[in-house]
Every structure is written in structure tokens, then in C-alpha cells.
Design a protein around this ligand. Structure first.
Ligand code: GDP
Length: 364
């Protein structure tokens, strides 16, 4: 399963946010493939379409799709030099597919800031620098190795070195590797390095509990400016408020959100943004027993999408009946969609689209 890692300096609100995530808690019985680990929280992806489908089909059970957040605490200045538990944390970041970078944008005299003042831009630069330094080390080591292998005149290694030199130059300018435009071939060449600064990032600006639903404070404004330059997303959130919301359910939750003047919790916005950041899409299965959302990467073909449900579905794949979400909603039922010719019969090369409702036919 794909994972998003939560990083940030100490005392910015990571644990508070992570606790809200685990408290909001997904029904773990539905997600047997998920990791059981105190540092991993499973979140269900809120999706309006799932509830519309439920109204249409009236199933016994509804299951949203889910993914994992990993709490990567303890990143401090000097981590790339092995300070604190530096290397261990960098190794944890290497394993995630996207990064949620929590930055402190709340004022509270009682909570110490590691560097003395609240300055989200400098905080972001501190973390970025550690990641960049770690990447420089990986890139330089790889260049040395590839140079040695190149001696025999191997073209593959020559291309690799050329690409790595470009990456290195960008890193030496204190810029993340993701800011470099690489071709798909080049990306493939350096993929196995799992560079930390190649991973997509979103900033979660942690604001004070009295600032929810208000205009952005000066710190958030600055982070948004920086994010725009980097092409990154920003989610404004109050970790403290989210930990309170996470304790509520149903009507109580709705009433609390209403009091705050918001329609959606910050956590739900964060989950949706992280899902997008991971490059994930959703398709649905809709039967009388169960309406369920499933996660695929963009560009996944029908047999592999079926494999998300069960490997047998992929192995024995014959065809898939497919109807687009909007078509199904417009028609009101599967039967009506079929009559109008909107139910397609697709083969193994069909690329599944976000929102498709799929029914797989397969051999056992
Ligand atoms: P971490 O070190 O990044 O995991 O930070 P924590 O989640 O442990 O938070 C550090 C301290 O800041 C804790 O005492 C939290 O209660 C507090 N804190 C977190 N978010 C907020 C907030 O939005 N407002 C205020 N006033 N305090 C917060």
C-alpha cells in the first residue's frame, strides 16, 4: 500500500495531528493489508460519490478506500550527519511515497519553538536542507559507482552519470531534486535511489485553534507563497482542533463543524490532498452486498485494477463491465445505463478512469 509520511521539526504539532488521524480510526477489519504499527495510521478517504452510490444501490455494507500515514518524528537539524536519530528517520522517509510537511503557524508562548522564533519559512528550509544533504550523499556515491562501471564503455552507465550530474547540480543550489525537469527515461534511471527530495510534498500549516475558518495568518501567507513557487499544495489545519473533532461522530461532529463555521474537517481535506499527491485514483464496485471504493494509481489497466481486489481476479481476468460514475448517476440504475448503451464491455488494455464503476468477469 502507498504511504504518506508526516515530517516536521519538533514541537510543530505532528503528534497531535497523528493522534487525530489514529483516533478518527479506520475500521481495521476492512483493511487486512494495512500495517499494524504504532507509527502507522490508516485513514479512510472521504468520497461523496460513495454515498451517492449507496443511495442508488442500497447495499448491506459500504467500505471507503484507505491509505496509510506514517509518523516520522524526530527530524532535527543535523539529521543528515546522523544527529539525533537522524539516519533512522531519513531511512523512514525513504520508504514513503509522498511527504506531508507540518509547519508551525500558531502562536503560543507556552510551547517552545526549537529555534526560538516562529518562522515557518526558515523551518521548511531547515528540513529541506537535511533532505538535500542526504540526497547529495546518495547521488555522489552512485556517481562514483557508475563511473567505475562505465570504464568498460557501457552506454547505460554513461547516461546514468549524465543524469546524476544534473541532479547533483540542482541539489548543490539547495533546491530539491523534484524541481528538475526530467524525462521519463531519466526518472527511470535514478528511480532506485529513492531520493528524498524527489518525493511530492504538501505543507500542512498548523494554525491556532481560534484561527480555524478565519483568514490566513501572516505565517500561512508566507508558506503559500513559497509553495506556489515550488508547485506544492498547502492545507491549513489546526492539529489541536482536529484532535477534538476526531473524538466526535455523526451529528455531534456536524454540529461542532457548524460551530466552527466549516463544512469539512481539516483532516478530511488533508486526506484528500494527500491522496491526490500520491497520484491515486478511485474506482468502485457496487453490488447489493457491498458498495466499495478501491485505490489504483493513475493509468492502471483493468486486469491490474481487478488485482487490487484479489490476485485471482487479475490472473483469471476476462473482461470488465464499466460504467462512468456520472452516467450511472444520470441514468439512476445499472439497468437503465445498460439500456442506454452506457455500459461498456472492456478488455485487458482498458485504462481505468477515476470514478468508474467496475464489474469484473474472470475465470477461476
Ligand atoms: P511534535 O513534536 O511536532 O509532534 O508536536 P506535538 O504534537 O507534540 O505538539 C507540541 C506542543 O504544541 C503540544 O503541547 C501541543 O499541545 C501543542 N500544539 C499543537 N498544535 C497546537 C495548536 O494548534 N495550538 C496550540 N496552542 N498548541 C498546539
Amino acid at each position: 500500500a502507498l504511504k504518506a509520511g508526516i515530517v516536521g521539526l519538533p514541537n510543530v504539532g505532528k503528534s497531535t495531528l497523528f493522534n487525530a488521524i489514529t483516533q478518527a480510526g479506520a475500521e481495521s477489519a476492512n483493511y487486512p493489508f494495512c500495517t499494524i504499527d504504532p507509527n502507522v495510521g490508516v485513514v479512510e478517504v472521504p468520497d461523496e460519490r460513495l454515498y451517492k452510490l449507496t443511495e442508488l444501490v442500497n447495499p448491506k455494507k459500504v467500505v471507503p478506500t484507505a491509505f496509510e500515514f506514517v509518523d516520522i518524528a524526530g527530524l532535527v537539524k543535523g539529521a543528515s550527519k546522523g544527529e539525533g536519530l537522524g539516519n533512522k528517520f531519513l531511512a523512514n522517509i525513504r520508504e514513503v511515497d509522498a511527504i506531508v510537511h507540518v509547519v508551525r503557524c500558531f502562536q503560543d508562548e507556552n510551547i517552545t519553538h526549537v529555534s526560538g522564533t516562529i518562522d515557518p519559512i526558515s523551518d521548511i528550509e531547515t528540513i529541506n536542507l537535511e533532505l538535500i544533504l542526504a540526497d547529495i550523499e546518495s547521488v555522489e556515491r552512485k556517481i562514483d559507482r557508475s563511473r567505475k562501471n562505465m570504464k568498460g564503455g557501457n552506454k547505460q552507465y554513461a547516461a546514468e552519470v549524465e543524469c546524476l550530474e544534473k541532479v547533483k547540480a540542482v541539489l548543490y543550489e539547495d533546491k530539491p531534486a523534484r524541481s528538475l525537469e526530467l524525462t521519463d527515461d531519466e526518472k527511470l534511471l535514478i528511480r532506485d535511489l529513492h531520493l528524498l527530495t524527489m518525493k511530492p510534498v504538501l505543507f500542512a500549516t498548523n494554525v491556532g485553534e481560534d484561527e480555524v475558518g478565519q483568514e490566513d495568518n501572516e505565517y500561512v501567507v508566507k508558506v503559500k507563497e513559497l509553495a506556489e513557487q515550488e508547485g506544492a499544495e498547502v492545507v491549513v489545519i489546526s492539529a489541536k482542533v482536529e484532535s477534538e473533532i476526531a473524538e466526535l461522530e455523526g451529528e455531534d461532529k456536524e454540529m461542532f463543524l457548524e460551530e466552527l463555521g466549516i463544512t469539512e474537517s481539516g483532516l478530511d481535506r488533508l486526506i484528500k490532498a494527500a491522496y491526490k499527491l500520491l497520484g491515486l485514483e478511485t474506482y468502485f464496485t457496487a453490488g447489493e452486498q457491498e458498495v466499495r471504493a478501491w485505490t489504483i494509481r493513475q493509468g492502471t489497466k483493468a486486469p491490474q485494477a481487478a488485482g487490487v481486489i484479489h490476485t485471482d481476479f487479475e490472473r483469471g481476468f476476462i473482461r470488465a463491465e464499466v460504467v462512468a460514475y456520472d452516467d450511472l448517476i444520470a441514468c439512476g440504475s445499472m439497468g437503465a445505463a445498460r439500456e442506454k448503451g452506457l455500459l461498456g464491455l472492456e478488455g485487458k488494455d482498458y485504462v481505468v478512469k477515476d470514478g468508474d464503476i467496475m464489474h469484473f468477469r474472470f475465470n477461476v
